[in-house]
Design a binder for this molecule. Sequence first.
Ligand code: GDD
Ligand code: MG
Length: 368
Amino acid sequence: MVSDNLVEGTEVPPAVQAVVLVGGKGTRLRPLTLSAPKPMLPTAGVPFLTHLLSRIRQAGVEDVILGTSFQAHVFSEYYGDGSKLGLRLRYVTEEEPLGTGGGIRNVLDELTADTILVFNGDVLGGTDVRDVLATHRSSGADVTMHLVRVGDPRAFGCVPTDENGRVTDFLEKAQDPPTDQINAGTYVFRRSVIEEIPPGRPVSVEREVFPKLLAEGRHIQGHVDHAYWRDMGTPEDFVRGSADLVRGIAPSPALGDRHGESLVHEGAGVGPGAVLIGGTVVGRGAEIGPRARLDGAVVFDGAVIEAGAVVERSIVGFGARVGPRALIRDTVIGDGADIGARCELLRGARVWPGIQIPDHGIRFSTDV
Ligand code: GDD
Ligand code: MG
């Protein structure tokens, strides 16, 4: 199925280039993002960014520029020239982060096409990029913006449109949003619009570029669809998105047909009576003890979950250990942390890398 799409994808003229913004600090995913940039966190067995890059390639776009800043070297060391993914990949690094608009402007020298796809690097989506390009071509807009509807628009850019789907306003992180329609973080720009972004200083595409274009009466077209969509920027969303990939709810050309209740990578061990459900991922060389119960857990490479421990909707960092009969729910455990036996960590707890919590050290109940 993937190869069919690739063949189909080559119909898109090479006049399209893609820019992926991956220079954010990923603060909401700390402490995991202290050691790796958000788009490089393992998600269903590959760095998150691989899912997005595969989707770009599937749309027939091969020429991709990564706009990096924070931990830039991690991207180039992993992806190199991109040929393993069938891409021509280049990197442009901001010494100081220039923001989303500044990041787009900063890659201008690499842009030769008239039609430029731009992606936020942390969005997991099922949208066919070719459909967004088709909307851009048929509307003749300066910018076309992928829009989705969400339950709570306040964490996003709120984007009202008129009866023709033309964008009428852009309200980033509005506390009283007039619609639940939001910016999904995929755009098509005319190259000439990117030339107009002021160079050499931080610019927010959301707070500066889009409002200015609208004030000038320029044409920003919305492309609305109902495909799978999730911003992976918070622990809650990261865990959900990862589980959705494992279960096949979120499509990814990088995964093929390996779907089920759990995904256990090579070299991992699972003890007798252990239960792995809810889209749980077990990384390479990780060890799951007897009778442990993992529901929607993301266990990074080399981590250890001891006998009888329960891990629900949580991320366990590289080489971390969860002691026997511990209860870990809606929690992020940093790389190499050590959680003692029978500890309870709940509701948004975050354990910093290398921290050791003794046996029974943290409890939410009095029965030890
Ligand atoms: N190169 C570069 N430089 N990239 C950056 C910078 C920067 O200074 N700052 C952020 N980025 C990248 C991030 O790495 C991420 O991939 C993307 O830009 C978006 O940044 P986030 O920090 O994830 O933004 P957000 O999720 O709060 O909001 C954005 O995405 C929403 C959709 O997911 C906005 O575009 C919202 O309008 C949108 O609704
Ligand atoms: Mg985001």
